[in-house]
Design a binder for this molecule. Sequence first.
Ligand code: ASP
Ligand code: MG
Length: 464
Amino acid sequence: MRELQVWKFGGTSLGNGELIRNAAKLVAEALRTRDLVVVCSAMGHTTDRLMAVADAASKGDAQKAIETVRELREEHLKACREAVDDVDVRREVESFVTARTEELEKVATSASLLREVTERTRDLIASFGERLSTKIFWGALRSMGVDAVYLEGGEAGIVTDDAFGNANPLMPLTAQLLRERLGKLLSDGKVPVVTGYIAANRDGVTTTLGRGGSDYTATLIAYSLDAKEVWLWTDVDGMMSADPRVVRTAKVLRRISYEEAVEMAYFGAKGLQIRTILPAKEKGIPIRIKNTFNPGAEGTVICDSTDKEMGVTKAVLFTRNVSMLTVKGDVLKGGALSARVLAVLEQLKVVPLMISQSVSSASISVVLPRPMTDIVVRGLEREVIGELGGGELEVERDVAAIAVIGEGMKGTPGVASRVFTAVAEKGINVRMIAQGSSELNISFVVKERDADEAVRAVHEAFIG
Ligand code: ASP
Ligand code: MG
């Protein structure tokens, strides 16, 4: 039995026709030794530009919307010429691109007239990127003699709820349909080539799995077909121990655990959605990050076990896109404070990145995504400060959250002291600390201007 793998190509790996041809060549070669399901993201920054089409339409700016659609049409037609050699196949792909972009032009024109783009329409507009790129990829494979079959996410079997913009697959129905439909194609010797990111609700209306959702498409398929591995092809050699723009000595991680990957995803590593990891984790399917620009590199494997040789800490990541709120109350009124603050967050559907409470329970600090600051401040002022009478709310927007991540911290004493010694030696003040009891992650908050230096200091202390 040949091993089954699911290969997903990201937008930068499909940035133009040459790159699509290159990626298709990797697939054609690999098919000699394994079975594959291919998942494609949209070309380059197409999705961002489709969002701009939606924005223009919602403001009634039909001209701008249409202009962008036409640019996209030309770019995709150019990519067809570069990627698809066989004349008949190319003609088929070109007429697909023309027909789909004409359809998109109509959608954009109608939405502009209405000056309204609902979430549902936005998903429809966004879906064109993957449809176009995947069809071109399909054409490139056909030209190379591969018996490829083009499928949209919904056709392949991904059925979601109606949460347009960030829909949730309905399991186990999705797993069953994917298994039946793709399984049938595979057993007939065909190679399914599936649009990432897009799916359909129960009525067949197009939905999307949220930005970066193509990875999730890949792990859902792997889960459903019990694939042996998922390969996420991108433009870097793998997940890194830090942002190389900040830490020059950052290293590619050879092997990390699913849990470490989840912690890293929270901090935006490789733009992985957290839920991408879950189907793979559930079935113990390794996820490999590979570089189309350097296919010989091993990449990073996300799997059950971690690389012990690397020591206690794998990565030092940070995000500036946070703010910290501290609520101080009356000691005597005690315990109720945290519960109230968290209730407000819950009500506003804001998930805090970090929480810390003083022992006296007279104050609690929370770290939030920065764009949520204002609505949370208003909520807390209304529901907590007003109610408590005399409470105090402190807002810091100029902070960054740093996470030190690694399985090896579990049960290893002294990690925290090394982290904070490294930071203290640089004279940097730590505003807040949190360590989950999973001991996978020590997180702390510093002023934004100190973030780079703090990250470098901790990275040097543990990784080099
Ligand atoms: N094309 C979509 C995006 O840019 C989905 C993806 O790339 O995974 O968000
Ligand atoms: Mg993309």
